[in-house]
Design a binder for this molecule. Structure first.
Ligand code: IVH
Length: 692
């Protein structure tokens, strides 16, 4: 065995490099993944030094999976953008047994089955990462970003010891493995101590330090951080054998040398999942990484494919979140914020406390009624809670709270703290609003939202600049920022701005002109329109011009848009100022067109109406209906003269009779599948001889 002896020492450099590669990679794996080292640190250092020297002498012999690549590449300017070949999605949440039961039942109903095996995994509180291996060698690593596009952090991920630089054994020609990078809790305090010594700001929690460490421009900095990783799924794959289940996939990944969390277990019933969640809650404190719940996944990959996605969440997995951590503190003052839609939101200034690993000094008080109902007063001891990334909230008055003689109930302001206009609370709303559309603070918030990362992503236009620009008369509506370049000299006078920052800001504003339509629609701050509904509007109306004329009926016809959104959008464009704003944006050339091709436009099912009845063999009725919809067809519940096809499975009853009566074209499952998948239009039924 060549690896057991040092005999290659005298041989040619190529063999020696090969030998050292294997030796170090094997030691790394034993140390970092299997937790069973069989060599000393000194030996390891010796091999590494020798390899570095040899590679320096023979750079052409340095292999793509050389362990020296973990040491860190020269600093890069910034991270390149990576478009994820398969989007990186998020997970829906449940918080208790009822919620979980409901999720499981929905899943079974969708599939029309009685039960399904599941896999429970710890939900690691870190950063999602996608690592692509080509011919078994690490080629690229990317952050999740917004799910569609992330950042190329390959050089940095290479420095993480538990990420294999090359997969062991047979791997598909291309495979993207996904997982979570985290910063060990035990090393967190030491890192912050070091940073403070160096005059750098401390990280608020291990998760932030993982993200900070991974996004170092100089990967030799990342190499110094003890980052670690668990793999839990895969993304894009080319070739290779398809495992049957998620569980099998995890075993395969383990075999390739990827680190998979050993707590992972299978469950067949809700009770077993509940037991797993309870167990995870118990061991939580003893782990060296943060977890915020358990991820439950349907095990069969075939079922996963059938289940597919709703919006950004897979139907085949759910996050069972631990209850939020609660802690007591003193409510010092109650303040009221004005949001971009004029909503007045009360918030509490608190005596700072650490909850869920983060120091909290502010928490939301929700709304006026909540304060009155719970009688929160300044000076009270209160219970606050924080769950994951959720904004901390004041839950209740702490047991044993004592009030001083001068404690008085809180009086909610009846005028806008920004512009003084009398506020209103609609009868059916919990929100108190400032209804003055020209209220300056509303506009500042809108501007900040417009420029934010998920919206137009204008770096340099944060809260402070969003406040200064209107206050100093630079802009009076959103469109105004696209004229700011005419006033570069005046901007230079702004406090703390300076030439570089002004030029960077102007450049970022210019760059935002090419943001796609969904972002612009989201950025406008139309009430009720989030980034997802902005996408639906974009696909349907294709540009600002179409959207601003949209009718309620047209909006309601969009899948996912209900009466509330529809009427809000119509109301928004009914306001003259908003119409003017849109016209002004168009005049300034901010008029992106969504030319995403309609996936189903040329599918023959597009525009046709289907009814699905009876029991299908290969899919459930819900699945059949969602297939019809994705191809642009309509799936309705009852057979009428307008029905084009009745898809009849086994034991079809009254719908089949009615279809026959109305001479509706009836097709079976096989014809239906050929129609959907290959676009084969079913042959017209033979009509009987006249008179029959
Ligand atoms: S599966 C399509 N498994 O949780 C679903 N995610 O809330 C893909 N996470 O972005 C995710 N541990 O960063 C999965 N065992 C686990 C996880 C996990 C942590 C994170 C992941 C994801 C987020 C969703």
């Amino acid at each position: 065995m060549p690896f057991d002896s040092d005999s290659s020492k005298d041989k040619d450099p190529e063999q020696r490099i090969f030998y050292l590669n294997e030796k170090i990679n094997r030691a790394n794996r034993l140390y970092y993944i299997d937790n069973a080292p069989d060599s000393s640190d000194a030996e390891w250092d010796g091999w590494m030094q020798e390899l570095i020297a040899l590679e320096a002498e023979h750079p052409d012999l340095k292999t793509p999976d050389s362990p020296t690549r973990r040491v860190g590449a020269p600093p890069s300017g910034a991270f390149e953008e990576v478009v994820h070949p398969v989007p990186m999605l998020s997970l829906g949440n449940v918080f208790d047994e009822d919620g979980f039961r409901a999720w499981y039942q929905r899943t079974l109903d969708y599939l029309e089955i009685e039960g399904a095996q599941m896999v429970c995994e710890l939900k690691i509180d870190g950063l999602a990462i996608a690592v692509t291996y080509r011919d078994g060698v690490l080629e690229r690593a990317a952050t999740r970003g917004d799910g569609e596009r992330g950042e190329d952090v390959t050089a940095n991920v290479r420095t993480i010891r538990s990420v294999p630089l090359a997969l062991d054994g047979e791997a598909p020609p291309v495979i993207e493995l996904r997982g979570e990078i985290f910063f060990p809790i035990s090393k967190f305090a030491a890192l912050n101590a070091e940073r403070e010594e160096a005059g750098l700001p401390a990280y608020v929690n291990p998760r932030n330090s993982a993200s900070g460490s991974l996004r170092q421009l100089d990967s030799s900095e990342t190499a110094k951080r003890p980052l670690d990783m668990f793999f839990y799924s895969r993304g894009y794959v080319e070739g290779g054998d398809e495992p049957e289940s998620h569980w099998d996939l995890l075993q395969v990944v383990k075999g390739w040398g990827g680190r998979v969390n050993s707590w992972t277990r299978r469950a067949d019933t809700v009770e077993q999942v509940m037991a797993a969640v309870a167990d995870a809650g118990e061991i939580r404190e003893s782990l060296d990484y943060g977890i915020d719940g358990v991820v439950v996944k349907i095990d069969s990959l075939a079922l996963q494919r059938r289940l597919g996605y709703v919006g950004r969440d897979p139907r085949w997995a759910v996050a069972y979140k631990f209850p939020a951590e609660q802690i007591e503190t003193t409510l010092l003052h109650i303040h009221v914020n004005v949001g971009r839609t004029g909503a007045l939101t009360p918030w509490a200034e608190l005596e700072p406390v650490v909850v869920g690993g983060v120091t909290v000094g502010r928490a939301t008080l929700h709304n006026k009624d909540e304060i009155a109902r719970k009688d929160f007063r300044e000076g009270d001891r209160v219970v606050i809670q924080r769950a994951g990334d959720v904004i901390p909230q004041v839950v209740e008055i702490a047991a044993g709270n004592e009030r001083s003689a001068d404690s008085v109930p809180y009086v909610f302001p009846d005028s806008c703290p920004s512009c003084g206009t009398t506020t209103v609370q609609a009868e059916d709303e919990v929100v108190t609003r400032c209804v003055d559309a020209t209220c300056p603070v509303q506009f500042e918030r809108l501007l900040e939202h417009f420029a934010s990362r998920g919206a137009m992503d204008i770096e340099g236009l944060g809260a402070r600049v969003a406040q200064d620009l209107p206050r100093l008369g630079f802009v009076s509506n959103i469109a105004g920022i696209y004229r700011l370049h005419e006033r570069r000299d005046d901007l230079l006078e702004l406090d703390k701005m300076g030439e570089t920052r002004v030029d960077n800001l102007l450049a970022a504003i210019e760059a935002s002109r090419s943001q796609p339509l969904p972002r612009l629609l989201f950025a406008l701050g139309i009430p009720e329109i989030g980034s997802e509904s902005a996408e639906w509007l974009s696909r349907r109306f294709r540009g600002l011009t179409g959207l601003k004329e949209a009718t309620e009926d047209e909006l309601l016809a969009i899948d996912g848009i209900g009466p509330v959104i529809a009427s809000t959008v119509v109301d928004y464009f009914g306001v003259e100022q908003n119409q003017n704003l849109v016209d002004e944006l168009i005049a300034l050339g901010i008029n992106p067109i969504d030319d995403t091709p309609e996936p189903s436009a040329d599918h023959p099912a597009n525009g046709l109406t289907f009814v699905v009845t009876g029991r299908l063999e290969s899919m459930s009725r819900s699945e059949a209906q969602s297939r019809i919809k994705t191809l642009g067809g309509k799936a309705t519940g009852s057979v009428t003269k307008k029905t084009h096809y009745l898809v009849a499975g086994a034991d079809a009853g009254s719908k089949l009779e009615k279809a026959n009566r109305l001479s509706i074209h009836v097709i079976d499952e096989e014809e239906f599948i050929a129609f959907m998948e290959q676009g084969l239009v079913p042959a017209a039924p033979e009509t009987g001889p006249p008179g029959e």
